[in-house]
Write a protein that binds this ligand. Structure first.
Ligand code: HEM
Length: 214
């Protein structure tokens, strides 16, 4: 019998804390914060994130009509495919064809496998991408300055503007209100950890050779 009385959102936060620290410490993120990440490397990351969001969001849309937990949590404004298309256009990148880097290819394959076998666990991936908006928001100004963007180009980093806190609160409330079975919770947490691992591997690949001030 499980004696874990924590809510799903508490579990997700606690079980992924170490992975978050590792993601945040990547030279890619540090260079982005310092305004020294090469413009092309940043545009490359948008291409890879586009592949991830496109795949995950299509899977969530497919399952929303038949998986009540997905219908209860996922909202149209959370989807980032269009924001990424718009940012990519600002960086002069065409959306197709984009080749997935190996860690992203592995992540896309895993999303498809989860979608086929255990769709409720897609919410673990969605949690990581939705939660990442909290930190990425602080990067938007740095990116605008570093790449001399005149207003457009950071839709992905700060999609909610002043609504960030209320939308994050809504997401937390919706997740906690679902009442996942223990097995579902375990699968969602495992998917969240896996999303962090794949994305950190992606940032590690993209940031290889990026200099970081000590
Ligand atoms: C320099 C980069 C980053 C910084 C400075 C940063 C910072 C933060 C901060 C301050 C929060 C807490 C917001 C709050 O509780 O009010 C947060 C939450 C979160 N971030 Fe990041 N972050 C960064 C990168 C990332 C990346 C790359 C990912 C995903 C791969 C990520 C995923 C998350 C998630 C899932 C949460 C929600 C945690 C929770 O359950 O409360 N972050 N981040």
């Amino acid at each position: 019998m499980s004696s874990d009385t924590r809510s799903i959102m508490q579990c997700l936060k606690e079980e992924t804390q170490t992975l978050h620290t590792e993601a945040e410490r990547q030279p890619f993120q540090q260079a982005l914060l310092a305004g020294t990440l090469p413009r092309d490397t940043y545009a490359d990351s948008l291409e890879q994130l586009y592949l991830v969001h496109r795949t995950l969001e299509a899977a969530l849309r497919r399952h929303a009509p038949t998986v009540p937990a997905i219908a209860a949590v996922v909202r149209e404004y959370q989807f980032q495919e269009i924001a990424l298309r718009s940012d990519l256009a600002c960086f002069g990148r065409a959306v197709e064809p984009v080749e997935a880097l190996p860690p992203v290819r592995a992540f896309l394959d895993e999303i498809e496998a989860t979608s086929a076998s255990n769709p409720v666990a897609l919410l673990g991936y969605h949690y990581v991408l939705e939660g990442s908006k909290n930190g990425l928001k602080f990067l938007a100004d740095r990116v605008r300055k570093a790449y001399q963007l005149d207003g457009a180009g950071t839709a992905y980093l700060d999609p909610y503007g002043s609504e960030m806190r209320s939308r994050w609160a809504q997401f937390r409330q919706d997740m906690d209100a679902v009442g996942f079975a223990p097995d579902e919770s375990r699968r969602i947490i495992r998917a969240a950890c896996s999303a962090f691992e794949h994305l950190t591997a992606m940032y590690r690949t993209l940031g290889a050779g990026v200099a970081v001030a000590s």
